[in-house]
Design a protein around this ligand. Structure first.
Ligand code: NAD
Ligand code: TDX
Length: 329
């Protein structure tokens, strides 16, 4: 099987490629990635993959790659909410125009597509709401990032219905694990502590995220490609709800520091309060189960990865922190 992975030099995509090559020797992987600030050749180092450097919104690049593939797994996106508040245009370009470009190519060539999306398309929940997001929760995105992901999902659904494109979709909760860019919450705090800086919590830190290990997300993606129903949306989550405050305190504790040794900084404008995924259909229909049940153990492994892979993140650290400092974060 020939798989084209867009955004395969980013966090989840690179883990997907690594996992696929380890677990599926019959799969040949080509990565299409623009190598933006978020993509890195180093994340694919030592792997037997073809890396094509190009823009997923460029038809001339995308079309011949899709023509050669049996399946396209579309991870490529601008992915960081804070960046989308500072400059939304790349989000419209990559997330909307890029997904349109992929859809037109799979339509022309009859290629199977799996579209990767986020739980943020559903907006947020109150802290005490017993409800969780399901595939029928109305879309209500809050940020330029989540609204462009919502737009991309709508395009995929329309291309399935109007043109018979063979696509599945998944909306996953917050991922953690190796190779995550240090602009994101967990790796930012880990590398802050490793670098002798204090972790930074937005606002009071009561916001809740539903954490899942990246390996569990990617295992679910393969289950959907293998056994999912075309046209369906699957929600991926591992019942990992935790407040940001609790996560920061755990990072500090696991690194042997005082759990209170962090700063409260400016809150994110429009900050979603809580996300929570009901993943029962994925579990009951496709038999998926997360392997990383213990967040503490998964986080300890992740900390160890950042400790032993400083060369991967160190060159970015000062610039990332300078950018945050400019917005009081
Ligand atoms: P990331 O920012 O780490 O990686 C994105 C990759 O896409 C990078 O390698 C980047 O170079 C590439 N890219 C960006 N613009 C491109 C373009 N125009 N053409 C080609 N490549 C381009 O993001 P991530 O966290 O790995 O997220 C991957 C996907 O998963 C995204 O679609 C995101 O919406 C979705 N998702 C992420 C999470 C999460 O917690 N990180 C959760 C749910 C869904
Ligand atoms: O320094 C920080 N301090 C802090 O308190 C940072 C960077 C974040 N936060 C908070 C904001 C969020 O409540 O932590 C939480 C997680 O923040 P991010 O890592 O920026 O993730 P989030 O905005 O929840 O979005 C992530 O999950 C869904 C991914 O970045 C998205 O791509 C994905 O769709």
């Amino acid at each position: 099987m020939r798989v084209l992975v867009t955004g395969g030099a980013g966090f989840i995509g690179a883990n997907f490629v690594r996992q696929t090559l380890t677990e599926r020797p019959d799969v040949q992987v080509t990565v299409l990635d623009k190598l933006t600030y978020a993509g890195s050749r180093g994340s694919l180092a030592g792997l037997d993959v073809e890396l094509v450097e190009g823009d997923v919104a460029d038809r001339d690049v995308v079309d011949p790659l899709v023509a050669q593939a049996d399946v396209v797994v579309h991870f490529a996106a601008e992915s960081h909410n804070d960046n989308s508040l500072n400059d939304p245009w790349p989000f419209v370009h990559t997330n909307i125009v890029g997904t349109f470009t992929v859809l037109e190519a799979v339509r022309r060539h009859g290629t199977r597509l799996h579209h990767i999306s986020t739980d943020e398309v559903y907006g947020d929940l109150e802290l005490d709401d017993p409800a969780k997001f399901t595939a029928t929760t109305p879309y209500n995105p809050s940020s330029p990032y989540s609204s462009t992901k919502a737009g991309s999902d709508m395009l995929v659904r329309a291309w399935v219905r109007s043109f018979g494109v063979a696509a599945t979709l998944s909306n996953c909760s917050n991922n953690y694990g190796p190779y995550q860019h240090i602009e994101k919450f967990i790796p930012r705090q880990i590398t802050n502590v490793l670098d002798g800086r204090r972790p930074k919590l937005y606002g009071a830190g009561l916001n809740v995220r539903d954490w899942i290990h990246v390996a569990d997300h990617n295992a679910a993606v393969w289950d959907i490609i293998d056994r999912g129903q075309v046209g369906r949306t699957y929600l991926i989550g591992a019942d990992g709800e935790m407040s940001n405050k609790a996560v920061v305190e755990l990072v500090l504790e696991l690194l042997g520091k005082d759990p209170g040794d962090y700063d409260h900084v400016a809150d994110r404008p429009g900050h979603d309060l809580r996300y929570a995924i009901d993943s029962r259909p994925l579990r009951e229909e496709l038999g998926w189960e997360p392997r990383f049940h213990d967040f503490r153990a998964g986080l300890a492994d992740t900390i160890e990865w950042y400790r032993t892979n400083e060369a991967w993140w160190r060159p970015q650290k000062d610039a990332v922190e300078a950018k945050y400092a400019a917005t009081g974060q």
